[in-house]
Design a protein around this ligand. Structure first.
Ligand SMILES: NC(=O)c1ccc[n+]([C@@H]2O[C@H](COP(=O)([O-])OP(=O)(O)OC[C@H]3O[C@@H](n4cnc5c(N)ncnc54)[C@H](OP(=O)(O)O)[C@@H]3O)[C@@H](O)[C@H]2O)c1
Length: 326
């Protein structure tokens, strides 16, 4: 089968087209004929090994691979059709159209991938294409985790979403709207109409306005922009008992979460979603009911995975970037 392999951490050029043996499912696994995979911010971080700050690299390198990824085929999100099931699989059958996410195992940049049948895999929403369905788990799963599980967002609460045009932000706007919040999106001029189309009631153009100076306060500030985050700068824009949701946070925000849990009425929320089938099924239902809709910025054939990574590396992608496999 055709696959894209990564034999070193580095720039997009480390991704190479290769011919690999088709995997076969173990007894609790399914074999998926992949129709679409995506290139997420997470994927480019793994390829470049840029997801850990200097000095924190040893443990992740032991986990992911010392000099190159332990799993040469990257890609975590996919959608496709079940080609075969292992002998002990009862919840899926050959021919099922599925979508899923597995950041522990990767392997989506290929014509075929095996996934645990009891893992983060669900039936594809019937109203979406494979490309759209593949674009749901990373962004929508992350937004769901922070909004529903960590923030416990309620109708009428005010939320400011920084990076509202990105992979996570686009779904955060839609899901916050679904939960009845009053949503303000922060993006650049060219993305304002797009962010309004996701359901933001207000949009702040960060190239023209600094939201920390406009006198507004919010119950939540949901920040997806890596490197620019600053709890101390954003704190005055939080209402009393407000929460700063550090989606793109690192060790500093982790420490702030612990510190603010003791010392302040305004707190930092930090965390990592657990990928699971139940949330995927819930998101599929929301997609079928029209509450969330994936936005695809660009599509690339599988063979052009390096090109797709180069674009995502730019930090300017809108919504999702898809690799079309079939
Ligand atoms: N905690 C977790 O478990 C978790 C899970 C998923 C993702 N993440 C992290 O969350 C971050 C975001 O992921 P993503 O998929 O949303 O990334 P992404 O899609 O690559 O984000 C790109 C978007 O960011 C916007 N942007 C860039 N600078 C901005 C600024 N200063 N203000 C407002 N918007 C800005 C860009 O819009 P413009 O061109 O208009 O600037 C673009 O649309 C990544 O660092 C990722 O690693 C964390």
């Amino acid at each position: 089968m055709k696959a894209i392999i990564c034999n070193a951490y580095g720039p997009p050029e480390v991704l190479q087209l290769a011919e690999l043996e088709r995997p076969s499912p173990k007894e609790h696994e399914v074999l998926i004929k992949v129709h679409a995979a995506t290139v997420t911010a997470g994927d480019v971080n793994v390829r470049g090994f840029t997801f850990v700050p200097p000095g924190f690299g040893l443990l992740p390198r032991l986990m992911f691979g010392l000099k190159k990824p332990k799993t040469p085929v990257l890609g975590t999100e996919l959608a496709g059709v079940i080609e075969a099931v292992g002998s002990k699989v009862t919840n899926f059958q050959k021919g099922d159209q599925v979508f899923g996410h597995d950041s522990a195992r990767f392997g989506a940049y290929a014509e075929y991938a095996c996934r645990p049948a009891a893992g983060p895999l669900a039936l594809k929403p019937s109203n979406l294409s494979f490309e759209e369905a593949a674009s749901i788990p990373f962004g929508a799963g992350t937004a769901l985790y922070f909004l529903r599980d960590r923030a416990k967002i309620r109708p009428g609460q005010k939320i400011l979403i920084i990076g509202a045009s990105g992979g996570v932000g686009a779904y955060a706007v839609q899901l916050a709207r679904y939960y009845g919040a009053d949503v303000t999106g922060v993006c650049s001029t060219g993305n304002m109409e797009l962010v309004k189309s996701f359901g933001a009631a207000q949009v702040v153009d960060y190239t023209r306005e600094d939201f920390t100076r406009n006198g507004q306060t919010y119950d939540f500030i949901f920040d997806t922009v890596v490197g620019k985050a600053s709890f101390s700068r954003y704190k005055p824009s939080l209402s009393r008992n407000g929460r700063y949701i550090a989606v793109a946070g690192g060790p500093k925000e982790m420490f702030q979460m612990l510190w603010t849990s003791l010392a302040s009425d305004k707190k930092v929320l930090f965390g990592t979603p657990t990928e699971n089938a139940k949330d995927l099924a819930f998101l599929a239902q929301l997609a079928e009911q029209g509450h969330i809709k994936p936005f695809i910025d660009r599509r690339y054939p599988l063979e052009q995975a390096a090109e797709a990574h180069r674009y995502v590396d730019s930090g300017r992608k809108r919504g999702n970037v898809v690799l079309v496999v079939v």
